[in-house]
Design a binder for this molecule. Structure first.
Ligand SMILES: Cc1cc2nc3c(=O)[nH]c(=O)nc-3n(C[C@H](O)[C@H](O)[C@H](O)COP(=O)(O)OP(=O)(O)OC[C@H]3O[C@@H](n4cnc5c(N)ncnc54)[C@H](O)[C@@H]3O)c2cc1C
Length: 426
């Protein structure tokens, strides 16, 4: 294309757009307000736990094809290591009961049917006919919450649907949009265990997903400006004509385009007239550094444990670092960090069968981790194109059909890039 594409925001949506555009030979500039790429998905060295940690642990599944294609494009597919089977260990922190949800490694409906027929691979309380009724209700759940589609008094709700909803939508089932959980299940679990295997980033999310894209973009001569906060976009007569920053402005040429890949809460300050979900939900992560070897039946190597009946929903282990996640965590945001770490440690100790004092820790609060995935919010998710002919949108909050996830962010960036290329060609 003749012009240059300016991408605002170097989160995964912006990076994905830049990668797709530079592969097509477009000239690209990225403007990012912070000093680093990755946005809400980043890694850094933390002195308190003496390790590289992620801002929050992220669950990525083998059915996340947008993520895998993005990594293939930048030559870094091997950075995510796949579990051999779709197995997730669980612990009920109230009664100590442990089980595994083992979706296997098959492909297609037969894989799901085999799973439904095998009690040993299911969560407690699963009755196949009830499960099939539940998924039919979620599929038809447009305008409804997850809780409105399910029997919230059933054991399966407690052991499976409730933790799944919090993990996938970062919202309680009472407010979470049913169609979004359906969208994720359709791309993963319902395609068979082969599509629901967890993908691990052994060195962290940044090294796996962000650094290779930045290296690739640099190799393609993409201009990357960090610590450049865009303060507004000027739109005149249906065209974005300049980008303002630091009391300066970059005036756009006639063939230039802009992809705004900022989070939902940053849209309004940049440009008027673009709808976006306005409420956010928080995620809390606590990273503990274990000293000495940890040898338990459930935790060997990189591992994930779902926690039911407590405050945390997930426990991830990477080397000596054990990280727990509390989703839908708005109520935790104003609590003291030391009090949080002490309050959650007993659940970790129980899951890993550890004795002894609380080890070194780092608490990370992400107040605006995702938009609130309610049925009402879905009406405020715009598509890629805007009223300004050369202004496009990307970000996990745009209308990808998916929840606010890495998969959704990467997809949104690809869609925006393809819209730019399509319009330039027409
Ligand atoms: C703690 C936590 C846990 C999560 N867990 C999971 C999970 O398990 N699985 C999963 O798939 N997803 C998970 N997510 C969601 C996932 O991280 C996000 O959906 C994804 O990273 C969003 O990418 P994005 O590019 O749309 O937005 P962002 O990552 O927010 O990127 C937007 C970028 O725009 C920049 N920016 C903002 N304003 C300006 C401006 N004015 N000028 C220039 N730049 C600007 C920001 O600095 C940022 O770098 C989690 C998120 C968090 C916070």
């Amino acid at each position: 294309m003749a012009g240059r594409v300016h991408i605002i925001g170097a989160g995964l949506a912006g990076l994905s757009a830049a990668v797709r555009l530079s592969q097509a030979g477009a000239r690209v500039s990225i403007h990012e307000t912070t000093q680093y790429a990755g946005g809400r998905c980043r890694s850094f060295h933390d002195d308190q736990v003496s390790a590289v940690i992620d801002n929050g642990t992220h669950l990525i599944l083998s059915g996340n094809t947008e993520v895998l294609t993005y990594l293939e494009r930048v030559g870094a597919r091997e950075n995510l290591v796949e579990g051999a089977r779709a197995v997730f260990d669980f612990l009920d922190v109230q009664n100590g009961k442990r089980w595994s949800v083992d979706l296997g490694f098959g492909v297609g409906a037969l894989s799901l049917i085999k799973w439904l027929a095998d009690k040993h691979r299911q969560p407690p309380g699963l009755k196949p006919f009830q499960f099939l009724r539940d998924i039919r209700a979620l599929k038809r759940g447009r305008g409804k919450t997850v809780a409105q589609c399910l029997d919230i008094k059933s054991e399966l709700y407690r052991t499976f649907w409730h933790p799944l909803c919090l993990a996938v939508l970062n919202a309680e089932p009472q407010e979470a949009a049913a169609v979004l959980i359906w969208a994720v299940l359709k791309e993963t679990v319902f395609k068979g265990g082969a599509y629901a295997r967890p993908l691990f980033a052994p060195d962290g999310l940044g090294p796996a997903l962000v650094d290779p894209a930045v290296a690739y973009l640099r190799s393609q001569d993409v201009s990357m400006y960090f610590q450049r906060r865009i303060s507004s976009l000027v739109v005149t007569d249906g065209l974005c004509t300049s980008i303002r920053f630091h009391n300066a402005a970059e005036v756009l040429g006639d063939s230039d385009a802009v992809i705004m890949a900022v989070p939902h809460h940053a849209v309004a300050e940049l440009v008027d007239g673009i709808d976006a979900p306005d409420a956010s939900r928080a995620i809390l992560n606590v990273h503990y550094r274990l000293s000495g070897a940890v040898d338990t039946p459930t935790i060997v190597g990189p591992a994930i444990v779902g926690l039911v009946g407590g405050e945390c929903q997930w426990l991830f282990r990477r080397g000596p670092i054990v990280s727990v996640t509390v989703s839908g965590a708005n109520a935790w945001m104003d609590k003291d960090t030391d009090a949080i770490a002490h309050a959650l440690w007993p659940e970790v100790a129980r899951a890993l069968r550890l004795d002894g004092d609380i080890p070194a820790y780092r608490v990370i609060k992400e107040r605006r981790a995702t938009f609130a995935a309610t049925p009402e919010a879905l009406a405020h998710r715009p598509g890629t194109r805007t009223a300004a002919a050369n202004l496009y949108l990307a970000g996990d909050w745009t209308d990808t059909g998916l929840p606010a996830t890495i998969e959704g962010a990467v997809k949104s960036g690809r869609l925006a890039a393809e819209a730019v290329l399509e319009d330039a060609a027409s």
